[in-house]
Every structure is written in structure tokens, then in C-alpha cells.
Design a protein around this ligand. Structure first.
Ligand SMILES: [Zn+2]
Length: 264
């Protein structure tokens, strides 16, 4: 059921490389986890480009975040990944990155929820938007807990997607599918402004024959969909500014200073 340690390391490096090659990450963005036992997870290190990961850089941790093996410091989003494993024992892998189209939905606070093609329905389902929390905090780590059981991924508001899966590659497939889906949603809704979603009846056939999603995760059927013939213009969507606390701003400032002083 669980991949072995070496296999997990190899898979994480492979997923990291794909993330980088598909321009889903910049600088040292993104993090990946793969569960290798009931209470053990392999995670990516902090401060490393996902295109440059090497097996020896990866860190073995327990579900409470204690380091079991590895010389590097784990990703600052480790607890966010661990919370998914803790609150859904069926999950084997987790992926977080900052791909442009998913991140645009996350920043707009819009849930991409239209049944426009079978693949996102089968692989992904609905991705709710999780309220904003500062990166690297326990507030962000805990914000994903309510979604761990019922969904295959979420959009972290003003940040990016986090996906998970029941196989070692499952989370990566969900992430790749999410980005593809968000890109096509933007094209359909804001460029072509014409959407013909899969009907409620067709959705039932898909669910019955291929991939039964739980109710919360289901995409929107046409009879529940409004404004089908014309998408809203981006300029019509009113943005609400995110309020960052002083503590959050100070933490971000510290990190930027640390990063600058490391690179000098
Ligand atoms: Zn991030």
C-alpha cells in the first residue's frame, strides 16, 4: 500500500521536476509529501527549487512533525500536509504549488465548479476556496482540516492550490488536472463566454460508471448553474482586500530579510 522510502524519494523528485518544467513554481515555491507508513511521511526541504530536488535532500517525519531522518530543514508548510494525512488516513500523497491559473481563482476567491469535461470531474471534483491564512503558520495548516475528508484538493485564498490523493501520484494528477481545468474555465467563461456543461443526467452516468464522488465534492450540474450563456467580466468582480495582521507582516518581512541575507 505505501511506497518504500527510496521509491517515495524518487517520486517526489520526479513530481518536483514536473512542477518546475510546467512552470507551476518559481524560486523555492511548492512542497510535496508522500506517506511511507502509518505514521511516517517523506517531505520536501525548505528553500530548494522543486526542479533541483535530490533524494538525499528529502526528510522523513512523523505525523506530529518530528524529524526522523534527513539533514535538511523540512518545508515551512509541513504541518499543512500532515494535517491532511491526520484527518484523512486514506491519503497517501499531497502536493502544493503556485500555478498561475489555479492561483488566479484562489486570489479571486472563485470556486471553479462547472462540469465542463469528464476528467476534472473524475480526478478532482470541486475545489473549495479556503479563507486566507499567512503562509508557514499553524493558522494556514489548520485551515485545511475541514476539507481533508470530503475533497481532493482546495484553493488556498490568495495563495495557490493544495491537492491530495490515495496513491503516490494521485495528488500530482489532481494538481495537474486542477491547473488544466482552471485554465479551460477561464477560457470558456471569460474569453469564449460560452459554456455547455455536462448535464445532470450525464453526470449521474459518470458517477455511477466511473468515479462516485461524495456529495460535497460534486461539480455543479446545469440545473444548478446560473448565468450559463455569458460569463462575468473580470472587471465586474469586486475584489475584497485581504487584511494582514501586523504579526503576519512582520513574519513575512523577517523571511524576506533572511532570504536576502542568505543569497548575499
Ligand atoms: Zn505556497
Amino acid at each position: 500500500m505505501y511506497p518504500g522510502e527510496e521509491e517515495a524519494k524518487k517520486l517526489i523528485c520526479e513530481i518536483g521536476r514536473k512542477m518546475y518544467e510546467r512552470q507551476m513554481v518559481a524560486a523555492n515555491d511548492g512542497n510535496i509529501g508522500i506517506k511511507i507508513g502509518n505514521k511516517e511521511v517523506m517531505v520536501t526541504p525548505t528553500g530548494v527549487s522543486k526542479g533541483d530536488l535530490k533524494p538525499e535532500m528529502l526528510i522523513k517525519v512523523d505525523l506530529d512533525g518530528n524529524i526522523l531522518e534527513g539533514a535538511h530543514k523540512p518545508t515551512s508548510e509541513m504541518y499543512m500536509h500532515l494535517n491532511i494525512y491526520k484527518h484523512n488516513p486514506e491519503v497517501i500523497s499531497t502536493c502544493h504549488a503556485h500555478p498561475v491559473f489555479c492561483s488566479a481563482f484562489a486570489a479571486a476567491g472563485i470556486v471553479p465548479d462547472l462540469s465542463t469535461a469528464p476528467a476534472p470531474i473524475m480526478i478532482l471534483g470541486k475545489m473549495p476556496v479556503v479563507p486566507f491564512a499567512c503562509p508557514g503558520t499553524m493558522e494556514l495548516a489548520n485551515s485545511v482540516i475541514p476539507y481533508a475528508k470530503d475533497y481532493n484538493g482546495v484553493l488556498l485564498a490568495n495563495h495557490g492550490p493544495l491537492t491530495w490523493g490515495k496513491t503516490a501520484m494521485g495528488a500530482w494528477f489532481a494538481l495537474e488536472e486542477a491547473e488544466n481545468y482552471c485554465r479551460s474555465c477561464i477560457l470558456l467563461k471569460y474569453v469564449m463566454k460560452e459554456i455547455r456543461p455536462i448535464s445532470g443526467e450525464q453526470l449521474k452516468v459518470l458517477e455511477k460508471n466511473i468515479f462516485p464522488l461524495n456529495d460535497k465534492c460534486k461539480m455543479t450540474a446545469p440545473d444548478q448553474t446560473t448565468n450559463l450563456s455569458e460569463g462575468r467580466l473580470l472587471s465586474e468582480i469586486e475584489g475584497n482586500a485581504v487584511h494582514l495582521s501586523d504579526a503576519c507582516i512582520n513574519k513575512l518581512a523577517d523571511r524576506i530579510i533572511q532570504r536576502i541575507s542568505k543569497s548575499n
